[in-house]
Ligand binder design. Structure first.
Ligand code: AHM
Ligand code: MG
Length: 317
């Protein structure tokens, strides 16, 4: 397998961006092997809630600490996390602003299901007033039976895997990069997928278009693949090469619950670079939405192009 380093060299990715991406991967590897693997899930809740009102788990806070710790050592001027009320300052004059969800899938982690991290990278020192289309890189890490990852630097989307020879704290810094491999350097989504991952399924009780769409997928013989974790669910679409993930809003909560900055914009970038589509329930491109406040949410439909487009027609009809 080609190493990620070889891929970056072939694509002429700037050394600064490479360094940041490897640090993020390293944060993921540290969290996966040193924190998550040994975690005591009996002792679950922290005494805090995050800005979205979710009760924080100790593991959410631990994941956040690993990423923030490594980002502070990098050329990063702004660190924005789903687990921080407000973005925090990093290095003054740092080249990048980084937005992330350190642990996606908090509600299923104790059941030992796959979880992950999601990251969007911008140049500059702000995330507010920016659009997802300004991202220079997006990453999603899956912590499952293996640590797999999806990365785009705007030249297609790659899938990769971490193949460690040693525990992360036992390996020399100069050897770290050699442990990340590219398994598919050109993830490509088919225009029609045969898998559906319906988030917020509860909304089907009040939104008739959603109930109708689900019935049509079932009648068409599509396969349900839904874990309750956005990262493994979209990761599944990338690995299988097609499908749709959605998290719609309702009349009461039109913008759903998934966060634009930490979850939707990075995944929209990854999906578009794989030839797919990512839009809101109204049909607006996710990457064109301006971030107005850090924990802003949006409805989202993303994945195989035709599957995503067809739903919009159903909502309108
Ligand atoms: P989290 O970042 O607190 O884990 O929340 C995001 C997760 C997504 O991974 C998943 O798609 C969604 O929440 C599931 O939400 P719900 O339980 O409301 O269906
Ligand atoms: Mg999340």
């Amino acid at each position: 397998m080609k190493t990620l380093q070889n891929y970056f060299d072939a694509k002429n990715v700037s050394p600064d961006l490479q360094k940041l991406i490897f640090s993020l991967l390293w944060a993921g590897a540290n969290f996966y092997e040193l924190t998550l693997f040994h975690y005591d899930f009996q002792n679950f809740y922290a005494d805090t809630t995050n800005k979205s009102g979710d009760r924080q788990l100790k593991i959410d806070v631990a994941a956040n600490d690993v990423f923030v710790g490594l980002l502070k050592e990098n050329d990063v001027s702004l660190i924005a996390s789903e687990e921080l009320a407000e973005p925090m300052k990093g290095k003054s004059g740092g080249k990048y602003a980084v937005a992330f969800d350190p642990l996606d899938g908090s509600s299923i982690v104790d059941a030992d299901m796959s979880v992950g991290s999601i990251v969007g990278v911008y140049e500059g020192d702000s995330v507010i007033g920016r659009k997802g289309s300004e991202q220079v890189a997006a990453l999603a890490f899956v912590y499952g039976p293996q640590f797999t990852f999806f990365i785009t630097v705007g030249q297609g989307t790659l899938a990769g895997v971490y193949r460690p020879e040693n525990y992360p704290d036992d390996i020399a810094e100069e050897k770290r990069h050699d442990q990340f491999y590219v398994s598919n350097e050109n993830v490509t989504l088919t225009e029609d997928g045969k898998y559906f991952a319906p988030g917020n399924l509860r909304a089907a009780a009040s939104e008739s278009w959603y109930m109708k769409t689900l019935q049509e997928w079932i009648k068409a013989g599509s396969t349900l693949r839904y874990s309750g974790g956005m990262v493994p669910d979209i990761g599944h679409i990338f690995i299988k090469g097609g499908g749709i993930f959605l998290y719609p809003g309702t009349a009461q909560k039109p913008d759903g619950k998934l966060r634009l900055l930490y979850e939707c914009a990075p995944f929209a970038f990854l999906v578009e670079q794989a030839g797919g589509k990512a839009i809101t329930q109204k049909g607006d491109r996710i990457l064109d939405i301006t971030v107005e406040f850090p924990h802003q949410t949006t409805s989202i439909f993303l994945g195989s192009k035709n599957d995503v487009e067809k739903i919009i027609g159903k909502i309108k009809s």
